[in-house]
Structure formats: C-alpha cells, structure tokens
Design a protein around this ligand. Structure first.
Ligand SMILES: N[C@@H](CCC(=O)N[C@@H](CS)C(=O)NCC(=O)O)C(=O)O
Length: 242
C-alpha cells in the first residue's frame, strides 16, 4: 500500500502542508487506499513534503505522485474526459493555486512574527512527532522561519508590502471564485484532479483560524466556501479535527 509522508493534522485540517492536503484529497477522490507517516526532509527525494513510498520506490512531489498512481491504477478521476481547452484551463488553474496563491499562503503564515506565532505550535508538534527533541524545536523553527522568509524574498512575494500581498491574495481568490462560477467543481460538475489542488490551497485559508483580508475575501465568495464544504463533506467527514 502507498505510504504518504506528511507533516500531520492541524487546525482541523488533515495536514499543515497544502500539497499534502491536495495529495490526500486526490487519493480519497480516487478511492485508493493509503497509509500515512510523518515525513523526514532528509529522506525526501527532493527535500520537500509530501513524498510517498510504494514498496521500495520513493516518489517526490504531489503531482508526480498523482501521475505515478494514474500510470499504475488508471484514470480514476476520469480526467481523460476533458478536451484540450479544458485541459489547458486546468493547467492554468493549477498555476494560479500552486505558483501564486500558495506563496500568498506561505507569506500569511511565515512572514510576520505575529502570524508565525499562530502556526508555530502546530509546526512544533509536527517536528516532535517526527522525532525532533523538544529542546531543538524552538531554534529549528526560528531557523526555518528565516529560511522561509529568504525563500519568499527570492521567489518575489517577500519583496511586496503586506497590503500588496493582501491585494494579490484577494485578486487570486476572486479569480478562483469566478472560474468556479456556478459549477460544482472547477472544470465541470464532477471532481477532477484540479479540484484536489484547489482544495489543498483553499482549505488552509478558509478553515484555519488565522484571520486575514485574504480569508475575509474567500469567505465572501459563497461558491468557493460551498466548494470547500462539498469536498470536506464528501472526502474528509471521517477525519478527526487536527
Ligand atoms: N511541488 C511540490 C511542492 C511541495 C512543497 O512546497 N512542500 C513544502 C511544504 S508545503 C515544503 O516541503 N517546504 C520545505 C522546503 O521547501 O524546504 C509538491 O507538489 O509536492
């Protein structure tokens, strides 16, 4: 059986990591059984979480894991129903979430000490669950925050003012809501892979307790809230709060 290496649940969400939520939601949509364990960055093939193991084989990256599973088990979500234009749209929506909104979310969690204080205990718990001694947790988290701020500067999000990041987040949330429109899922009325991606990035904004103007905008977009509730109800109803 596939093992997913993850951080661990937090804030009533299945995981701290948006890409883990994406992958696990996809597995549940596909009806493929899996088990999960706390990941170790030193063992992760590309130094990122999630990664997965199938027997002796280690597979990095949520999208590459999904591609591997489609190759092995077939197109369980019937993504093959889409023509070239919808496939291209799905690819563009993936970029909206993974290459833009994700970095807004990272900024919202890690940039200011005040915001980071809200997620720090959950990351600390995940580190201890992964075997980090309690005394090491605080210095390692401070190191991780500095590293993440440097990553955000290199990526570009960290060059903007807070207000500019909020404005970007609001505009991405609006674009997502407008793309979803009155459909049940992003490309049509049945779930497909892009919906797992969307949930992975939106659920941490909507359902985690941290308040922000980005979350406020998402809460105003009733179709996005209903989409997330729909996925949570269909695939995560059994999950205890993190
Ligand atoms: N493209 C990767 C992205 C995974 C990713 O960015 N994971 C973050 C946590 S949400 C991570 O491991 N960050 C640690 C680092 O970059 O050092 C995927 O789809 O799995």
């Amino acid at each position: 059986m596939l093992t997913v290496y993850k951080f661990g649940p937090a804030f009533g969400l299945p995981d701290l990591g948006p890409f883990v939520i994406k992958l696990e939601t996809w597995l549940r949509m596909a009806g493929l059984p899996y088990r999960s364990e706390v990941g170790d960055f030193r063992k992760a093939p590309k130094g990122k979480i999630p990664y997965a193991a199938d027997g002796d084989r280690l597979i990095p990256d949520s999208s590459q894991i999904i591609d591997y599973l489609v190759e092995k088990h077939g197109d369980k979500l019937n993504d093959g129903r889409f023509g070239p234009r919808e496939r291209a749209l799905g690819r563009a929506i993936k970029s909206l979430f993974e290459s833009e909104l994700y970095f807004v979310l990272v900024y919202l969690r890690w940039w200011s000490d005040e915001d980071f204080a809200l997620v720090r205990p959950a990351f600390g718990e995940a580190m201890m669950a992964g075997g980090v001694p309690r005394l090491m947790v605080s210095p390692m988290l401070s190191f991780a925050q500095r590293g993440t701020r440097n990553m955000l500067k290199a990526q570009g999000m960290g060059r903007h003012t807070r207000e500019e990041v909020f404005a970007m987040g609001r505009s991405l949330v609006d674009a997502a809501a407008d793309l979803l429109g009155d459909k049940r899922f992003f490309l049509d009325d049945e779930p497909s892979t892009i919906d797992a991606t969307a949930y992975g990035m939106l659920a941490p904004i909507l359902f985690a307790p941290a308040e922000s103007p980005v979350k406020a905008r998402a809460l105003e977009r009733a179709n996005l809230v209903a989409f997330c509730e729909r996925i949570r109800g269909a695939y995560w109803a059994d999950e205890p709060a993190g």
